[in-house]
Design a protein around this ligand. Structure first.
Ligand code: 2FM
Ligand code: ZN
Length: 655
C-alpha cells in the first residue's frame, strides 16, 4: 500500500456563536473519515478554525460591548473545546484573523490583480445614515412589495414567499438603527470570475464533485458566470485591501484562504503537489468552494482541491433548526446530558455520500442507541467476558474454534473499509450491525451459560467466549472511526495496544484480558427531555435581536402638547393624580398619572405637559385613563413632568 498524504478541512464556522448540532454533522462526518484514513496508515492532516471576519461579527461584538478581537478569540476557544469534547481530532483549530492569513490573502489578490482579473467600478447600495455604514441585505427590513406584510427582510417575504431585491422593499428601514436607508455610491472591487469559465467547466467535470453539484453548476454555467464583488467599505472587521485605506476584503475572500494559512505546509499547496486535499462543506456554500475557490487558487498558481464533499442540512424531529422555535441544540447542551459518541454513532448510521438532509428523530435516536450499541454490539463482550475472567483467569484459548466464522467477519472488513472511504457511512453501519447480530446468534446457539454448569463442558466455554470476543474485537476495529473513546476502553479491556485496521488479520489468542467493566449505558427519553428543556430555559448570552425600535415603531406614538385644566387627588390610589388635560381641537382627556408623591395638584393647573394621545384607554377602579403624561426620573417624589418651552400650545404634535 502506498502511503497517501491527505489534508482534510471542515468549513470554518463563523466566530459569532457556539457550535450546535448542525455544525457537528460536518465535523463528525469529516472526523470519521480522517480517523479511518489514519487507521489505514495514511498521513492525514485535519484542520479547521474560526471564520473571524464580516459585518455580523462586528455588530455582534458591538452589541456585547466588546472588541471584535475579544469576541472572536473567546468563540474560537469555545468552538475548539466543544469539538474536542466530541472527539473531533483536529491537528489545529485556527482562525482567519491572523497575520499569516492577511499576507496570503493579499498575495493571492495581488497575483489576480497582476493577471488583470480585478476590476473597479462604482455601485449604488443602501447606506444607514445613522450608523454611517453600508447595509448588507440582511440588515434591511421593510414592507413586502407584493403582499405588504410589514417587517420583512431584504430578499424574501416570510408571509407570501415573494423574492425581491432590498431596493424593492416599501418603506425600508435599517434593522440596526431604524433609519431609512439612503442609496449611496461607492467604488467596489470585483474578481473577474468569467475569465475562468473554461478552466472551471473542465475542472468541475473531472471527478472533483458529487453528481448533484455538477448538475447545479451546469445551470450556473448556462446563466453565465458573473463577476464577484470582493470589497466592502469601512467600517468593516476584516483585512484592508492593499493600496487602499478604507476598502476591506469581503469575508468570503479571506475565509477559504484560511485553509492555507491554518495549515502552513507549502508542499501541499503547490500546483504540482501529489498530496490530496478535501473540503467537507454544507450544500449552501458550494458556489464558493466549487467556483470561486478553485478559480482563486488556479489563478494564483496554487493546486486545486482533490474533491469537495458536500452534505445536507440537519433537521430535528423533521423541523428546520430554529432558535426561536426552541429546536436549536448547542453542542455543549448535548454534552451536558448525553455521551458524545452516541451522536457520532447516530449520525454515522444516517449519513451517506449524497447531499441529503439528515433528520434527528429523538425517539429513534434513543431506540437506536439502546438497540444497536448497547443491545447488540457491547452485549457481545458483556456476555462473553465474565466467563473468561471467572473460569479461566482471564485467559483466551490458544486456538480459534470457528475459523470460518472469523473469516466471514474478517472479509467483511474490506467492504466496510470501502464504505468508510466512499462516505457511505450508513451502509458501513448496516453491515457492522448485521455482523453483530450474527455474533449474538452464535452465543445464543452455543449457550455458554449452560455449558459452564458441567465440569466436562467447561473447557468449551473458553473456546466459545474466545471466538465471541474475537468477533467483538473485529467489530470494534470497524467502529473505531465512529467510537474512538470506546475503542480506547476496549483496547484496555483486551489488554492490547490501540487497535489498527491490520489487526483484523491476527486474532487475539493465548492472551490474558482484563476484567470487563461496563462500556456503555442505555439512555432514556428523559435525558432528551432534560436536554431540550435546558436549551429552552437558558438565557441567551447576547441579544440576537436589535434592542432598537424602528422609526416606524416610533412613528406610531402620537405625542402632543397638552394643557392641564384640572388636577386632584385620588384618595383611593397611593400614587395617582387625576388630571383633565386639553389636547387641542377642543378635546379634553382624563388621565390618571403616577405623580402624586412629586406634585401638589394645585401647582399643576395651567401647566403644559407632553402626553401620549393614542394610548389605548385603560379602565381603572376610579375611572378610565385616556392617555399618558410623560415624566422622567427615578420615581417616587423624584419624578418630573416634561414641560415644553413658551410658545408651545395645546394640541401641537411632537415632531
Ligand atoms: O458558511 C459559513 O459558515 C462560513 N463561515 C464557512 C467558511 S468556509 C471557508 F471558506 F472558510
Ligand atoms: Zn409578501
Amino acid at each position: 500500500m502506498t502511503k497517501r498524504h491527505i489534508l482534510v478541512t471542515t468549513a470554518l464556522p463563523y466566530a459569532n456563536g457556539a457550535p450546535h448540532l448542525g455544525h457537528l454533522v460536518e465535523t463528525i462526518q469529516s472526523d470519521i473519515w480522517v480517523r479511518f484514513q489514519r487507521m489505514q496508515g495514511h498521513d492525514c492532516h485535519f484542520i479547521s478554525g474560526s471564520d473571524a471576519h464580516g459585518t455580523p461579527i462586528m455588530i455582534q461584538a458591538e452589541k456585547m460591548g466588546m472588541t471584535p478581537t475579544a469576541l472572536i478569540e473567546s468563540i474560537q476557544a469555545q468552538q475548539a473545546k466543544d469539538f474536542a469534547d466530541f472527539y473531533i481530532e483536529f491537528d489545529h483549530y485556527g482562525s482567519t484573523h491572523s497575520e499569516a492569513n492577511r499576507e496570503l490573502t493579499a498575495a493571492i489578490y495581488q497575483k489576480q490583480q497582476a493577471a488583470g482579473n480585478i476590476n473597479k467600478r462604482v455601485i449604488k447600495q443602501f447606506y444607514d445614515p445613522i450608523k454611517k455604514m453600508f447595509l448588507p441585505d440582511r440588515y434591511i427590513q421593510g414592507e413586502c412589495p407584493r403582499c405588504h406584510a410589514k417587517d420583512q427582510y431584504g430578499d424574501n417575504c416570510e408571509v407570501c414567499g415573494a423574492t425581491y431585491s432590498p431596493m424593492e422593499l416599501l418603506n425600508p428601514y435599517s434593522s440596526l438603527s431604524g433609519a431609512e436607508p439612503i442609496e449611496k455610491e461607492s467604488e467596489h472591487y470585483f474578481f473577474n470570475l468569467q475569465a475562468f469559465t473554461d478552466f472551471l467547466k473542465t475542472w468541475t467535470r473531472t471527478g472533483h464533485l458529487q453528481a448533484q453539484i455538477i448538475n447545479k453548476l451546469d445551470e450556473w454555467f448556462k446563466e453565465g458566470l458573473r463577476e464577484w464583488d470582493i470589497s466592502r467599505d469601512a467600517p468593516y472587521f476584516g483585512f484592508l485591501i492593499p493600496g487602499t485605506t478604507d476598502k476591506y476584503f469581503y469575508v468570503w475572500l479571506d475565509a477559504p484562504v484560511g485553509y492555507m494559512s491554518i495549515f502552513k505546509n507549502e508542499a501541499f499547496w503547490q500546483a504540482d503537489s501529489e498530496t490530496e486535499l478535501y473540503h467537507f462543506i454544507g450544500k449552501d456554500i458550494v458556489y464558493f468552494h466549487a467556483l470561486f475557490w478553485p478559480a482563486l487558487l488556479h489563478g494564483a498558481g496554487f493546486r486545486t482541491p482533490t474533491a469537495i464533499f458536500a452534505h445536507g442540512f440537519l433537521t430535528i424531529d423533521g423541523q428546520k433548526m430554529s432558535k426561536s422555535r426552541g429546536t436549536l441544540i448547542k453542542a455543549r447542551t448535548y454534552l451536558n446530558h448525553l455521551p458524545a459518541e452516541y451522536l457520532r454513532y447516530y449520525f454515522a448510521a444516517k449519513l451517506n455520500d449524497r447531499i441529503e438532509d439528515l433528520d434527528i428523530q429523538f425517539d429513534d435516536f434513543v431506540k437506536r442507541i439502546n438497540a444497536d450499541l448497547v443491545g447488540k454490539f457491547i452485549n457481545i463482550a458483556s456476555r462473553a467476558a465474565p466467563f473468561i475472567t471467572k473460569l479461566f483467569a482471564g485467559k483466551l484459548s490458544s486456538q480459534l474454534a470457528e475459523p470460518a466464522l472469523y473469516a466471514i467477519f474478517e472479509a467483511a472488513g474490506d467492504d466496510i473499509a470501502a464504505h468508510w472511504e466512499g462516505r457511505r457511512y450508513s451502509q458501513a453501519i448496516r453491515e457492522i450491525m448485521s455482523l453483530a447480530d450474527r455474533a449474538n446468534q452464535y452465543i445464543d446457539e452455543q449457550k455458554p451459560w449452560v455449558l459452564a454448569k458441567t465440569a466436562e463442558t467447561v473447557p468449551s466455554v473458553q473456546a466459545i467466549c474466545t471466538v465471541s470476543l474475537n468477533l467483538f474485537r473485529l467489530l470494534m476495529i470497524y467502529l473505531t472511526p465512529v467510537l474512538p473513546q470506546t475503542a480506547k476502553a476496549v483496547a484496555h479491556f483486551l489488554n492490547s495496544a490501540p487497535l489498527t485496521w491490520q489487526d483484523k488479520a491476527t486474532p487475539l489468542l493465548d492472551h490474558v484480558i482484563n476484567e470487563y467493566q461496563p462500556l456503555m449505558q442505555r439512555i432514556d427519553l428523559k435525558q432528551i427531555e432534560a436536554m431540550k428543556m435546558a436549551e429552552q430555559t437558558e438565557k441567551p448570552a447576547a441579544p440576537e435581536q436589535s434592542s432598537f425600535i424602528t422609526i416606524e415603531d416610533f412613528a406610531k406614538v402620537d405625542l402632543r402638547i397638552a394643557k392641564i385644566l384640572e388636577a386632584e387627588q385620588v384618595p383611593e390610589a397611593d400614587k395617582l393624580l387625576r388630571l383633565i388635560v386639553d389636547i387641542g381641537e377642543e378635546k379634553t382627556r382624563q388621565i390618571f398619572a403616577g405623580i402624586k408623591a412629586a406634585y401638589d395638584p394645585a401647582t399643576l393647573i395651567g401647566r403644559q405637559v407632553v402626553v401620549v394621545a393614542n394610548l389605548a384607554p385603560r379602565k381603572m377602579r376610579f375611572g378610565v385613563s385616556e392617555g399618558m403624561v410623560l415624566a422622567a426620573g427615578p420615581g417616587g417624589a423624584d419624578i418630573w413632568v416634561i414641560t415644553p418651552d413658551a410658545g408651545a400650545a395645546a394640541g401641537m404634535k411632537v415632531k
